[in-house]
Design a protein around this ligand. Structure first.
Ligand code: SF4
Length: 389
């Protein structure tokens, strides 16, 4: 199917209790996707011009900026995006590192190296091993860390996560988690242990695609996952990260519309929180998953710039999934945070690890090399921009 395929239907099939009225998740489900997708297809030059000039662009303006017509003017989008980014964030990019705790997982997700069905070397770090990894990251300069784990509620339990957060929090100014989604009470426990950010990628906002790629496990519950950022915010988390895994669904523009709708709703509903959006593209992983329709570099640039124009205050994250040249290019256009020197397997920073990585990274430069490249571009690498009081 081409990348301009029609709109995807979104219908709530899960328990309504998982998406309470008034939540950002409920706003996603109420997004008029068909109308917005028609704007993408039918936008003319005047629509793109208007969207570029508007002080407060609407979701329909964002749709115009995603149009194939706007793709022909991606340089204009890039100039506007760069101006807004400089005005709101200055010329800075925050650096962080993912710290993988475990690749144990009871879920089967077709695109992921940790999928329960893959026969891979599994490992869960002890709390002491996590501290050793964290100390190594701190030595390399990091003050922001993202703790990542597969979904295994017994091995990567609430208690284990709480212990790990408590153990590493003194080493960093900010600790976030990207683990299985929890209820509000558990997010509160993690907050009290020293974690103040939660990252939950919806992977695909299209329920049919979501069901096709999430074959087994708790992750099959679309609505419960969609409501996780609301629950984290309700618990008091300060940073909320969302994203869609580009390449899962054939129509990246529909995914982008719903993700932007979600980010916009989160900024309105949880205005005290800092909202971040990630634009991960699928990478090769164990299991041999092939992306349905990988998004090309130009389209990724268009999406990033359109997001920045629509949501001037939202952080945009770019991981080491992307190659160095593209990351450097996007760092001056709208990206505000980047991982660097990443390992996507448990262990690997303090010493070699034989555990299977979640996916192959593309930018293999060290954190110091990434920081130097940013400086060469006139961008200040920021290791710390927040201190828990
Ligand atoms: S995406 Fe998450 S839940 Fe799915 S297999 Fe990978 S680690 Fe497990």
């Amino acid at each position: 199917m081409s990348s301009t395929a029609g709109a995807v239907p979104i219908a709530l099939q899960s328990r309504p209790a998982d998406v309470p009225a008034g939540s950002a998740a409920s706003d996603v489900l109420a997004t008029p996707l068909g109308e917005l997708r028609a704007v993408v297809d039918q936008a003319g030059w005047a629509d793109v011009d208007r969207a570029l000039k508007r002080a407060r662009p609407s979701l329909a303006d964002f749709a115009a900026l995603l149009s194939p017509l706007a793709a022909e003017q991606v340089e204009r989008l890039a100039v506007r995006s760069q101006q807004i980014t400089k005005a709101r964030f200055g010329s800075t990019v925050r650096l962080f590192a993912p710290l993988y705790l475990s690749n144990e997982c009871v879920s089967t997700c077709t695109y992921c190296g940790f999928s329960a069905s893959n026969l891979i070397a599994r490992r869960t770090l002890s709390v002491q091993e996590v501290v050793e990894e964290a100390e190594e990251l701190a030595r390399r300069g990091f003050r922001h860390v993202l703790l990542v784990a597969g979904e295994h509620a017994r091995i990567v339990s609430k208690g284990y996560l709480e212990q790990v957060v408590r153990a590493v929090a003194p080493l960093f100014s900010q600790v976030s988690v990207e683990v299985q989604v929890w209820d509000t009470a558990t997010y509160r426990r993690l907050l009290e242990a020293g974690c103040d950010g939660v990252v939950v990628y919806q992977e695909s906002y299209d329920q049919a695609t979501y069901s096709e790629v999430h074959l087994k496990g708790k992750k099959r519950n679309y609505a419960w996952r969609l409501g996780a950022p609301d629950r984290a915010a309700e618990a008091g988390m300060r940073r909320l990260g969302i994203g869609t895994l580009l390449g899962l669904h054939p129509d990246w523009r529909s995914e982008a519309l719903l993700m932007a709708s979600h980010a916009s709703a989160l900024t309105r509903r949880w205005w005290r929180c800092e909202v971040q959006v990630a634009l991960p593209r699928l990478r090769p992983a164990a299991g041999g998953y092939e992306p349905a329709d990988p998004i090309d570099d130009r389209s990724l640039t268009q999406l990033l710039c359109a997001l920045r124009i629509f949501l001037p205050d939202v952080g945009i994250t770019m991981s080491t999934r992307e190659p160095p040249q593209l990351r450097d290019h996007l760092a001056v256009l709208g990206v505000t945070s980047m991982s660097a020197g990443s390992h996507t397997e448990p262990g690997g920073y303090a010493r070699e690890s034989a555990a299977e990585p979640q996916f192959e990274i593309s930018d293999t430069r060290s954190p110091a090399e990434v920081a130097a490249a940013l400086r060469d571009l006139g961008v200040e690498p920021v290791w710390k921009d927040w201190q828990r009081a």
